[in-house]
Write a protein that binds this ligand. Structure first.
Ligand code: MG
Length: 370
């Protein structure tokens, strides 16, 4: 692949409904959209999952722009790329900045698949034609509201319900959900809102047959999680703590979790996501694909990676219409009875809508290969 230019766009989209977790409430979604154009005239697309504030992880829209512009883009332009796997090698000496790396690498993957004339899912080695998806429900004002939302999403066929929890919105809430829905696949995500001091409170969740508790302890911990997992019957799933296949190796060694949430942006891209998938498969640790309130372009990447065989649990990639009045791709990501049909057209398989993208772009900048 010979690259002609790269366009970074700061895009702002308004969420249909505010989304509240233990980290705060989101009303809008600001992100960097990456378009990489080859000399042959094909565009590859991806988005960064870094937000305006460093609350989920330390990266932000601004730090991503700086790292891409000053370090990563010059590395991409240095010489032609034969295969997308080379991108993470080329970026390896730049520490951290996973989301920035992932956004550029993802656009290269899309470009590569389009040049080959195959769907991104196939380029990654995926086999599924349909994927199962669940729903992630933010913290609500009342339990009644939460129960109504779960009911509505179950009616639409979503395959599992994930409820965000935090101290004061946890055991009682989960107990009420279980009372109302005794048999549904149900899990809780704490986004690091607890510490080992809360071990009894977290152990109390064992009674409710949750498929997992996601990232209950610190965002950078795997040691305390091992202690907690030894005490809990409920599987722990790690999200924030995992950035690489080497982190997974250590977590497995310590017994810190029984499930891994793979977010492409959090682990530096699709190549590392595949490596994590493969290691987890060997160790019989099921994985699933987490969501970061992505636009349709990020959603399309999530759909593609989820086609790998060890994505055994439903992911967070719900329909575009759950988040946006109008998405920036055609067609939108659609969910039918809790299933997404994987596109069979080349690349991400959804066409970015340039008019809608321009309307939502605050700043854009074009970087030309020399
Ligand atoms: Mg999570």
């Amino acid at each position: 692949m010979e690259l002609k230019h790269i366009v970074l766009r700061h895009v702002k989209m308004q969420l249909l409904h505010p989304f509240t977790t233990s980290l705060g409430t989101d009303y809008d979604k600001d992100f960097i959209l990456v378009e990489i154009k080859s000399k042959s005239g094909i565009s590859g697309w991806a988005e960064s999952v870094a937000a305006l504030d460093p609350l989920y992880k330390e990266e932000t829209v601004k730090t991503n722009w700086h790292i891409m512009e000053d370090f990563l883009i010059p590395l991409l332009f240095r010489e032609p790329i034969k295969h997308p796997d080379e991108v993470s090698e080329r970026f390896a000496h730049i520490r951290g900045n996973y989301m920035a790396k992932s956004a550029l690498e993802g656009a290269i993957w899309d470009l590569y698949a389009k040049q080959k004339g195959i769907p991104l899912a196939k380029a990654l080695g995926g086999q599924k034609e349909k994927i199962e998806v669940g729903i992630s429900i933010g913290i609500q004002e009342t339990v009644d509201q939460l129960l109504r939302l779960i009911e509505r999403n179950l009616e639409q066929g979503y395959k599992r319900m994930k409820v965000k929890i935090q101290p004061g919105w946890d055991v009682d809430v989960i107990a009420q959900v279980r009372r109302r829905f005794p048999d549904i696949p149900l899990m809780a995500d704490a986004n690091s809102a607890y510490s080992l001091k809360d071990i009894d409170r977290l152990a109390a969740l064992d009674e409710y047959n949750l498929t997992m508790i996601e990232q209950p302890l610190a965002h950078d911990d795997i040691v305390d999680h091992a202690q907690l997992q030894a005490r809990l019957k409920t599987p722990i799933c790690l999200d924030e703590s995992i950035h690489s296949v080497d982190d997974v190796r250590k977590a497995i060694h310590l017994g810190s979790c029984k499930v891994i949430n793979i977010k492409i942006g959090r682990v530096g891209g699709l190549t590392e996501a595949k490596k994590i998938h493969d290691m987890c498969e060997v160790h019989q640790i099921p994985v699933w694909c987490g969501g970061m309130l992505e636009s349709g372009i990020g959603r399309a990447h999530n759909v593609a990676i989820t086609t790998l065989p060890n994505f055994l649990l439903p992911g967070d990639t719900a329909a575009s219409s759950r988040y946006w009045k109008e998405d920036i791709i055609d067609p939108e990501v659609a969910v039918d009875n809790g299933m997404i049909t994987v596109p069979s057209t080349p690349g991400i398989g959804y066409e970015p809508n340039r008019e809608r993208i321009e309307e939502r772009t605050l700043i854009s900048k074009l970087y030309r290969a020399e």
